[in-house]
Design a protein around this ligand. Structure first.
Ligand code: SF4
Length: 347
């Protein structure tokens, strides 16, 4: 694999949060010591529940916030020390797509004005070439015929069309990576599938990479080359086949909790059956997943598990019992044997 475009090295992001009582405040580690590489042409999904630190991680990858500690690298260089030209290169090559496309487009400008502004600002085309360039950009994201969309205002477009415009705006810069923070969550399910297809085809056509932040594991399964599972500011599992061969109990919990009609059991399983995530301010000793883990043993109370490579597959897991548990985690249709409850392994 090539050298990473983006790297986070031991990155931490801490916030001060006012206590619910109104008295005093607490330091909260939204991201707590993460190492992560992002490569050109790959789709990396970052999944987890609300409050797991996904969006803070997206901001760190986009260098929209300075880390409390650790380093963010762009093409191997510390972002904090980049000069003006390299920062400009970063802003071109690493683009963002946000959750709510309507709020990311100026409501007072037509789509043409919005896109034209960016072309001029970055001197992407000469004045005579701008209109054909914009038309081509919209056609590439499936807005055809483009003239119909260029003259409209954002409120005259559907949510899916607005998200296509947001993706077209990012693609205009010929980026190496697009960081998309919950790009599907405001869209209908059928439109979500279309946007996923669009991302796949853009990747095939241009080799652009995507980092997609999402709580929707089903959607991510269909596009991700690698998936990082976040829990309380840490990556607890990262690899290529976490959907069929989960190794961390939290990954297994998320996969079981997908609101899915399970044909093998004839019932709906939902996240509501799982204990909820404790507040970020109250990180337990030892493994931070311990209060919710059915498989915790004495070691989990005293030793904080670090991400470590598994003997088989390109997966890293932060669990003391990962090798043992992974043999018994079953994903329906995933081809693994064993009781789904894992009762025989419970501590
Ligand atoms: Fe559960 Fe222990 Fe693994 Fe943490 S380290 S996930 S508590 S088994």
């Amino acid at each position: 694999m090539n050298a990473p475009i983006l790297s986070l090295c031991g990155i931490q992001q801490t916030y001060t949060s006012r206590n619910a009582s109104g008295w005093g405040s607490t330091r909260v580690r939204a991201v707590d010591g993460i190492d992560l590489d992002v490569f050109e042409g790959e789709t990396l999904a970052i999944v987890g529940e609300s409050g797991s630190g996904k969006s803070t991680l997206a901001k760190l990858l986009l260098m929209l916030t300075s880390p409390t500690s650790g380093k963010a690298l762009f093409n191997g260089k510390d972002f904090a020390s980049l000069d003006g030209e390299l920062r400009h290169q970063f802003r071109r090559e690493v683009q963002a797509v946000f959750q709510d496309p309507a709020s990311s487009l100026n409501p007072r400008m037509t789509i043409e004005k919005t896109l034209r502004f960016i072309v001029k600002r970055h001197a992407l085309r000469s004045a005579t070439d701008i209109r054909p360039f914009l038309a081509d950009c919209l056609m590439r994201v499936g807005l055809n015929p483009p003239e119909r969309y260029l003259e409209r205002y954002p409120h005259e477009l559907s949510g899916g069309q607005q998200q296509r415009v947001a993706i077209a705006r990012a693609m205009m810069m010929a980026p190496k990576v697009i960081v998309a923070d919950e790009p599907l969550s405001s869209l209908d399910v059928s439109v979500q599938a279309q946007i996923l297809d669009l991302m796949k085809s853009l990747r095939t056509l241009t080799n652009v990479g995507f980092v997609v932040i999402s709580h929707d594991l089903g959607a991510m399964h269909s596009i991700a080359d690698r998936t990082a599972v976040m829990y309380r500011g840490r990556i607890v599992e990262i690899g290529e086949n976490i959907y069929t061969h989960p190794r961390h109990p939290y990954t297994k919990l998320l996969l079981d909790a997908r609101l899915t009609a399970d044909p093998t059991r004839g019932r709906i399983r939902s996240m509501a059956s799982a204990p909820s995530m404790p507040t970020l301010a109250a990180t337990p000793n030892g493994c931070r997943f311990r209060p919710r883990c059915h498989y915790a043993v004495a070691l989990c109370e005293t030793a904080d598990p670090m991400l470590r490579p598994m003997p088989i597959g390109q997966t890293q897991v932060a669990c003391h019992r990962a090798e043992e548990l992974s043999r018994h985690f079953e994903i329906p249709g995933g081809g693994q044997r064993a009781p789904s409850t894992g009762d025989s392994l419970k501590a």
